[in-house]
Design a binder for this molecule. Structure first.
Ligand code: SF4
Length: 396
């Protein structure tokens, strides 16, 4: 009998930033040259990895790695050595397909790039956000357009696949300024772009200001529509609501989330997800670094968990799949959950009905010869109104 060994994706959260951006609600704290704090974090990370390896009974096989934050590049190359060693000591990388590191244009250095080149890292995601200096200042970013473009060029010269994060619909941002940012970023040669509408979380400095004090916000719809049209036209196909890539250069790690695959979490406030035969198990590690360090001295640092059973897992799986250009593959759905995706199944019937009732320019179906639906996917217009479609699927 062939034994199928599950393979994991690994997310590592680095909880430090050089300074806090006014709109950001991710967990991160200023590092301020405190290598003692970073060393405590790395020691805790090693403890957590060791616990995971013991629970698995050997090095854990991983297919993709994503080291995000926070700002991983605020760790010095020396500290990075320890981080890389923890991963190689406790995880089996023999089937690794992709390893991404998030980088900030200000703290990314040549020693970082040289070190990564000699390690398992294959891809660098740079937090560019905008190539307009006024917009970058408003966002509270420490870099300017020139620094961002230089960091992309340098990273490419080391042979990494490069992705850039962009934010649109900033206060007073014009479509023309957004077009200039898109044009410049594509001229830089990046293979992948993630474009997000600005979201100001309530518990942030900018979240405390009124809309007028922030300078209002343009309607994001036309900015998003422009990005969809422009990126595709320039060879970066949209493969997910916020993601555009040259063919074959989609982010394998993010695809693991959208395909609801197993993702292990390492580090404070990191989320993980494990498929079990009857349900899904989502968990989150201790939220703060202090709590994380303490809990890893005692055992597993998980503080929140949710079991996604039956319908909830199905709904989530369908929504995640519909975020991507591949949409819901009804046959895979059956295989994945080891159940027939039949009409009499409550969720399957409802999903089919919901999708059929959506205007046809928003969703496309593929059927077999007998007329059974095999796949449903959102069109570019459908991706623009994804949130409304998700609400229909969960019956809100
Ligand atoms: S650099 Fe990124 S993670 Fe850090 S505060 Fe700014 S947006 Fe948040």
């Amino acid at each position: 009998m062939i034994q199928i060994i599950p393979i994991f994706s690994l997310y590592v959260h680095v909880p430090f930033c050089a300074a806090k951006c006014g709109y950001c609600a991710f967990y991160s704290i200023p590092l301020q040259n405190s290598s003692a704090l970073a060393e405590s974090y790395l020691a805790a990370l090693r403890r957590e990895a060791k616990i995971l390896r013991a629970a698995w009974g050997g090095k854990i096989p991983v297919r993709t790695i994503y080291i995000g934050g926070g700002t991983p590049t605020v760790l010095s190359p020396l500290l990075w050595r320890a981080l890389i060693k923890t991963i190689t000591d406790f995880f089996d990388l023999s089937n690794l397909e992709e390893a991404t590191v998030e980088a900030n244009p200000c703290s990314l250095s040549e020693p970082h790039l040289a070190l990564w080149r000699g390690s398992f890292v294959t891809r660098v995601s740079i937090g560019v956000q905008s190539l307009d200096d006024d917009e970058l200042r408003w966002l509270g970013r420490l870099h300017n357009a020139k620094t961002a473009l230089r960091s992309i060029e340098k990273t490419m010269s080391y042979g990494f696949a490069v992705s850039a994060d962009l934010i649109f619909a900033l206060p007073r941002q014009t479509l023309r300024a957004w077009r200039d940012t898109c044009a410049q970023i594509l001229s830089s040669g990046v293979e992948h772009v993630s474009a997000y509408q600005l979201t100001i979380e309530p518990d942030t400095p900018l979240g405390g200001l009124s809309g007028d004090e922030r300078g209002g916000a343009p309607d994001g719809y036309s900015f998003y529509r422009f990005a969809q049209w422009y990126m595709n036209r320039k060879g970066l196909a949209q493969y997910e609501i916020s993601s555009f890539a040259k063919p074959g250069l989609e982010c394998a790690h993010n695809l693991a989330y959208w395909r609801q695959e197993n993702v292990l979490a390492l580090g404070p406030s990191a989320w993980g997800y494990i498929n079990r035969s009857a349900d899904g198990f989502r968990y989150r590690n201790a939220k703060t670094l202090e709590e994380y360090i303490t809990l890893t001295e005692l055992g597993i640092p998980i503080v929140d968990a949710e079991i996604l059973s039956g319908q909830k897992r199905d709904e989530e799986s369908a929504i995640l799949a519909l975020r991507t250009k591949w949409g819901v593959d009804f046959k895979n759905f059956e295989k994945k959950f080891e159940k027939k995706f039949e009409k009499e199944d409550g969720f399957a019937a409802r999903l089919e009905n919901v999708l059929k009732n959506i205007p046809s320019h928003l969703v496309r179906f593929e059927s077999d010869h007998a007329g059974n639906i095999e796949r449903a996917r959102l069109t570019p217009s459908g991706m623009r109104v994804g949130n409304a479609i998700w609400s229909e699927i969960v019956g809100e």
